[in-house]
Design a protein around this ligand. Sequence first.
Ligand code: PEP
Ligand code: MG
Length: 883
Amino acid sequence: GKWVYSFGAGKAEGGAGDVEHLGGKGANLAEMAGLGLPVPPGLTIVTDACTHFYAHGRTLPEEMKGEVLAGLNRIESETGRYFGSAKNPLLLSVRSGARTSMPGMMDTVLNLGLNDETVVGLAHSAGDARFAWDSYRRFIQMYGDVVLGIEHEMFEEILDHEKGRFGHELDTELTADEWKHVTALYKQLIEDELGEPFPQEPEVQLWGAVAAVFASWMNARAITYRQLHNIPGHWGTAVNIQAMVFGNLGSSSATGVAFTRNPSTGERALYGEFLVNAQGEDVVAGIRTPQSLSEKARLESGSDKPSMEKLMPKAFAEFTAICDRLETHYRDMQDVEFTIERGKLWMLQTRSGKRTTKAAMKIAVDMVAEGLIDEDDAVSRIEPSSLDQLLHPTIDPRMAREVIGSGLPASPGAATGEIVFTAEDAVTAREEGRKVILVRMETSPEDIHGMHAAEAILTTRGGMTSHAAVVARGMGIPCVTGAGSMRVDLRNGVLLGIGVKLKKGDIITIDGSSGQVLQGAVPMLQPELSGDFAKLMQWADRTRRMTVRTNADTPGDARAARSFGAEGIGLCRTEHMFFEGERIHVMREMILAEDEAGRRAALDKLLPMQRSDFTELFTIMHGLPVTIRLLDPPLHEFLPKTAKEIAEVATAMGLEPRALAQRIEALHEFNPMLGHRGCRLAISYPEIAEMQARAIFEAAVAAGLETGAPVVPEIMVPLVGLRSELDYVKGVIDRVASEVMREGALEISYLVGTMIELPRAAIRAHVIAEAAEFFSFGTNDLTQTTFGMSRDDASAFLPTYQRKGIIERDPFISLDFDGVGELIRIAAERGRQTRPDMKLGICGEHGGDPASIHFCEDVGLDYVSCSPFRVPIARLSAAQATI
Ligand code: PEP
Ligand code: MG
């Protein structure tokens, strides 16, 4: 195949569509070059070369080298500079670029091609010896670190020492000769460490750098990042080799990063930072404080440093025009990097910009209004699971704020937690179930684990595009960066704020929307789901075919779910209504009763409670379907466990503790999940089903009177495997229905259906459908029974399965399409053979999982049902599944 793709000067091999081979960065560089934008000429080595590298003992394919050298010739003729030339040397940047961006995870080498001879040529051609020697020492340092494996700090130590000796404070104060001296020491360091001199041959340098970039695909932090973001390891990275352009060639040079819209709020305004006389990574590293791009942004930030608009009006005008062009071309907000070399603008990167959910929604809605995209595009643009971010609480504005510091509002939302100063402490605390705020001077890719474990992140340094800010926005956790009024004193383990000294474990609150840091815990408010959110949801609702119901057992859940747009209840787990307060005692009385009379006595007490619960649910959900499931308790969940509990229950029931203990012993099951639960309970003790059916019908009548509209309850029988099981329980329900109708001399409509949560039920669906008026797939149990993996014990071995590549995803979270999914297909098909118009739904956890929802659409289910907070996610996913 072809290993190398070239781009530059208005033309390019490949483009934005070739992400798989060229990586994101390479594909978009090619695209920009093809559009005629000013991109330094270069070439991309395809991701297949990375695969080859690992398949062949970490070596580079020979034909690839030939293609790279041919590509370099093209770069030479375009730039008029020559690789290795002592007079007019071409310098290269060598960067990674995977299919999706993995910011800061892999390695980069800049200024490649410099050696003892070419540095002189560079000094001459640039007319700046100081710049040339500074570049050379940067190159040795980077190459030494990335390719030769010599720690960055060892170079920094030399530099610090020499700066002291020369009496300088800043790097910018060193002269050409002083840099030359530092360069000699750097080379000596390498020779001392490796027993070999620093490689002078540019081609050797080049292959070394390319191999190092490929090798960095497998470094620990890249692997962690891929795990966290579900990026497959076999993708590999591409390598981009480009002619260097310099932002550090004096005061008419600069380098910067920008988003074409505000990535935090979505506002349509150029958003970013730049640094005069600086090289590439300086902005992202957050070492110097960057300047605003536009005058407007400068005024808003109150900075007294001049903006790019003011300092370099021509480059600024060209830059904003390019940003506009890129937005219309890609029809999306872009995140770009640029460099200005002696007044000439160069574009180094463009990609679709990461953004908060709030910004994503505003941008999508705005772009529809601007005519850039249509409503379906807008709906597709929002990552459903990111809607979680919106459900983040914010600080109640009516409460007094005890501000102890402030910084930049880098990622929205508010969170409270204990202070920890290291990523390790954050992870440990998380494992212990404590909520923490990770407080750092700044973060680096090594901290990723800890950032994930934290509720929020606070840094005392860095800007809106610092590592902490970018990563936190991506994760959707609140973040404040650059809180300059605060100090982290790591040695003493304290955080110094305005008038306070806090230590590890003290509670603070971060407001990522205002940038404030507050002492202690602060009351929070739930966000309002209006505006752009409401509009997008409206578009999603118009598009989707499936309805979205909720799993709700309490009036509170039901109300929350309605406010999130639930269109009914798909599952009310009646056993959950008995976990609380007094009720659990009566429930235990019922379970532990020795005989039918004892059970009926307990059931008589339960009836009014159930009736009023159901009446409330029916009233809240008026006009919408409500599915109520008969009792399905794995009994062990309700039995008293400790001696103290047993004594209490015994007293309440008027029993001897010893007699009770014996009864509990008798009810003991070896495998309660496969034990006396589900419809088995209703078959052993029909009086339970009778009571529930009565409560449901009486509540339907009562709610009907209250709301003035008829309620059609859907009664669901759990854990059915045999049609005869369903027939039996349905018989009880029908009998109670006619009793209630006779008593009240009225008509009640209702449906009786079943859960499909056993493989046998799925296979025999055509027969079960003769008795069932609807099916609801209970994919929690169906996964458990199909895999033969206990849903309560799988966490002991599933992570190992995933780590060892035996299974890709946790099947209890995301549906196993091939196995469990196949059973759903079979059941849906067979059920509809018997009863073509039967309603099919899903009510396992998968009903709120985007990938599983796509599957449900595919199989043609009528609805999904999920927990209240996932309802918006399900509405959006269901819409996306149809687009
Ligand atoms: C299921 O099994 O998927 C289900 C919804 O029921 P439960 O989780 O209550 O067993
Ligand atoms: Mg179940």
